[in-house]
Ligand binder design. Structure first.
Ligand SMILES: NC(=O)c1ccc[n+]([C@@H]2O[C@H](COP(=O)([O-])OP(=O)(O)OC[C@H]3O[C@@H](n4cnc5c(N)ncnc54)[C@H](O)[C@@H]3O)[C@@H](O)[C@H]2O)c1
Ligand SMILES: [Zn+2]
Length: 369
């Protein structure tokens, strides 16, 4: 059996493992002890993943023997829709599954989110495991049990909390990932270091380039630390009633940017989060919560990695007023209260409610470009 790391996500009712290593897909029968007992093994993937990871897909097919079948969805955010949820559920039901079926998500956050939700809905709940194949999914969306599809009224508005039975992170799956997608995952990694671990930021300063070039040992260590940070936070607050909100650092501004650009390829989620973290740091300083030291370190680090962090780098022009409108559209804005996760220092996040809209408007006038 291959070498791998194992982390446990400890929740109130039960715990589940995250396995991290290289070429772990062929080990699935050893990693998932009940694997042979499942009545059907259903792999859910998307067209791009299927093309790029055909060997991995075939491995699961071979190991599942006659119990295997699969559903391939289109790639991209639009797949997180009612239409595709219905298509997926009915495709699976047509195979006459029972409650001992297992769904396996082989894909990025989009496939992970719709598979988790489908597993929750079918026959009032069947098991599922995550095999995340983007860096963002490996360090973020596959851990924590949030599942969702989108609505015309906003992103991720229809969903549930549903924890997988296990997460298998096999890093060779990343080899054909587009560079921009790697950077998008790096955004969440950088976020963890800022909100919770200064020494991890030091590690990123030293190893950022190796991470972006997907050096095996470095990427495994990075994913491990990231998953540890996220699972610790999720373990304390599974349903996002308190501390879990610090994971939204950079996301209120980031979502406003994604919403303004219509969730298009102009800017990916992680790229918007990088811009959002820059603005959140600037706002922290503007409100007197932190000095410029942390902002300088953030900018120097991203300059070294040639990762853009300003709206103008993406040629996105938006007025402060319009930006405010998109901030208010965010589902986390309750009772019109604009709450931001800001930083007092490394590992010192604070939830801050901006009561006076003028303050935010003045800030945006000065800092948006
Ligand atoms: N549930 C959560 O907690 C959570 C957290 C963060 C993000 N998300 C969700 O995750 C989604 C974003 O995830 P994502 O960035 O992984 O997007 P994604 O799933 O759309 O993947 C990005 C692109 O990469 C392709 N791809 C995937 N794996 C590949 C591989 N190994 N090689 C080559 N191409 C590959 C996909 O087909 C897609 O075109 C969003 O919908 C977001 O809302 C959920
Ligand atoms: Zn995110």
């Amino acid at each position: 059996m291959k070498k791998f790391s194992k982390l446990n996500v400890k929740l109130k009712d039960y715990s589940y493992p995250i396995f991290i290593g290289e070429n772990l897909i062929s080990e699935i029968m050893d990693l998932i002890p009940k694997f042979e007992d499942y009545s059907k093994i259903i792999v859910i993937t998307d067209k791009v993943v299927l093309k790029n990871l055909f060997q991995s897909y075939k491995k699961i097919e071979r190991l599942s023997k006659k119990k295997f079948f699969s559903v391939t969805l289109p790639s991209g955010e639009k797949t997180k829709s009612f239409q595709h949820l219905q298509f997926l559920c009915e495709k699976i039901l047509k195979e006459k599954i029972d409650r001992d079926a297992l769904l396996i998500c082989l894909g990025g956050g989009v496939i992970g989110d719709i598979t988790g939700l489908t597993a929750n809905l079918l026959l009032r709940g069947v098991d599922f495991i995550q095999i995340p194949t983007t860096l963002l999914a490996q360090v973020d969306s596959s851990v924590g049990g949030k599942t969702a599809i989108n609505s015309r009224y906003g992103k991720n508005l229809i969903g549930s909390f549903n924890q997988p039975k296990a997460v298998i992170i096999s890093t060779e799956t990343l080899k054909k990932l587009e560079k921009r997608q790697v950077i998008s995952g790096y955004a969440e990694i950088l976020k963890y270091s800022l909100i919770s671990d200064k020494s991890f930021f030091g590690f990123l300063q030293k190893n950022g380039k190796k991470i972006l070039s997907l050096d095996t040992a470095t990427i495994i260590k990075t994913i491990k630390v990231s998953c540890k940070i996220k699972s610790k936070i999720v373990g304390k607050d599974e349903k996002e009633k308190g501390i879990r909100e610090i994971l939204n650092f950079g996301h209120t501004f980031g979502h406003a940017i994604e919403s303004f650009t219509g969730f298009s390829k102009k800017i990916f989620h992680g790229e918007a989060v990088i811009l959002g973290m820059y603005l959140a740091l600037k706002l922290s300083n503007y409100l007197g919560l932190c000095d410029t030291n942390i902002i300088n370190k953030f900018c120097i680090h991203l300059n070294e990695l040639k990762i853009p962090y300003k709206l103008r780098d993406y040629k996105i022009k938006i007025s402060p007023l319009n930006f405010l409108k998109h901030i208010k559209f965010d589902k986390k804005i309750k009772n019109n209260k604009m709450k931001f996760i800001l930083l007092q220092d490394f590992a010192k996040p604070v939830a801050y409610v901006v009561k006076d809209e003028n303050i935010l408007n003045n800030f945006l006038e000065k800092n948006l470009f």
